[in-house]
Design a protein around this ligand. Sequence first.
Ligand code: FAD
Ligand code: SF4
Ligand code: SF4
Length: 455
Amino acid sequence: MNPKISTTKLLKTVIAENYCSGCGICTVSDQPAFTMQLTENGQYLPQLISNEYLSKVVCPFANEQPNETDIAKKLYKTKETKFNSEFGYYQNIYAGHVITGDYRQYGSSGGSVSWLTQKLLDDKMVDYVINVVEQNNPFIRFKYQIAKNPKANKKASKSKYYPTNLEEVLKFVQQNEGRYAIVGLPCFIKGIRLLQQTEKVFDKRIVYTASIFCGHLKSTHYLSSLIAQFSIEEKDVKHFDFRFKLPGRKAGDYGTQLITTSNIDYVKPNKELFGTNWGWGLFKLKACDYCDDIIGETADISFGDAWIPKYENDYKGTNIVVTRHPELNDLIQKYIEKSELNYENLSPDELIQSQAGGFRHRREGLAYRLYLQLKKGKYVPKKRVKPAKIKSKKRRKIYKIRMQLQARSFYSKHYKDVPKLKKELWPLIRQLQTVNEHSKWTKLRLKFKQWLKKK
Ligand SMILES: Cc1cc2nc3c(=O)[nH]c(=O)nc-3n(C[C@H](O)[C@H](O)[C@H](O)COP(=O)(O)OP(=O)(O)OC[C@H]3O[C@@H](n4cnc5c(N)ncnc54)[C@H](O)[C@@H]3O)c2cc1C
Ligand code: SF4
Ligand code: SF4
């Protein structure tokens, strides 16, 4: 049995130091002491609602809990699975997309997540799917829902770079008998696994877990800053899409779409929108800089984008799929044979290559960030990556600037006034670009030297 921790301790560590991803797992206990609240910084944080001493909880960021490798080992170490030191246990790795229906057209990538959740409902493997949907509320635009039918499931497709939490839906699970599948970010699924170890009801009712790969999560201010660049009021937006596919472009070169309440449809390529460069990490939650699970190692199945040259030219999008649960692995194989899925095998190296930036930032980068925090005498969450002062001076500079950009953008008051936001952040962005340009020149110089040697 996995230990629960006191809410007092959680308040003094994970929450006080802002290593909280806002998952809401800690609101579900015998005597709940917390409820989730959206703060003025646009992130969910637990708020005390009763005497903290009464309650004991689990939290994916608490040092007392088992790590992702330990959790996954218990669930998936079998003769059929292999282990990779970068991304844990897996049975098969695929790249591909859904052929049938319009899953790919309406999906962020190859449409596989929405296809799988629909298949689980159609084949009566679950009664409900828990996923994230857009709602008609400018203050909370996306939230978790309980989907029972194709219409609700379809409405949940597409990636939302926007905070959500599990409080409401987990309370529904607690109170309503049934078999549930859940789609979540890696830290949310880790939280579910911890809950399943401590609360029987979740172990019994949540029968499948699917994770999406995760680079980082944004505060609500990211969405506000994008809407501001269309010169439209947030209240006048009825539909927002972070991942609008642009025909003829590369899969990663997508746009942002919004439809107003008067039905005017606007699309802008992300390259024209300030703040969409993922490497800058604007409005990123601090927790994400201290997270070492990129693909959702504790989930039954994980889905990401195949950001590698052989798939990138297809603007319609291609998934990477990692299976762990034997039943879901069989289901995928069955539908590959039935030609519903166009999947081919992918090697572990290709998976890592497709998320190269994410792995570097959360391995080498995380080691350095932990080292810096410990040097200042700060509390840090225990990670599988060990704190270390990395060798490369340039990489150290990059990680330091990124930390400053995260903090400056996250707390900036100018998220709706993009010219002011740009002015505030530009000195740091310029520094980051300069270091990166230097790195490029150094690489080119080295290549040129090697070429000269060979001649
Ligand atoms: C915050 C975030 C960061 C990501 N980072 C990466 C990354 O670094 N590398 C990478 O390869 N892929 C990343 N992804 C995943 C990627 O964007 C696609 O979601 C994934 O490839 C699945 O595509 P699809 O077409 O199969 O999904 P679709 O069929 O479009 O379905 C998407 C599913 O994800 C769920 N979902 C959407 N947003 C959220 C959310 N915020 N929290 C929980 N569930 C959600 C939806 O409800 C739906 O079930 C990220 C996604 C998010 C939300
Ligand atoms: S990470 Fe999740 S469980 Fe931990 S404190 Fe935050 S909301 Fe609660
Ligand atoms: S980067 Fe990690 S901590 Fe942040 S949302 Fe994704 S899984 Fe959670």
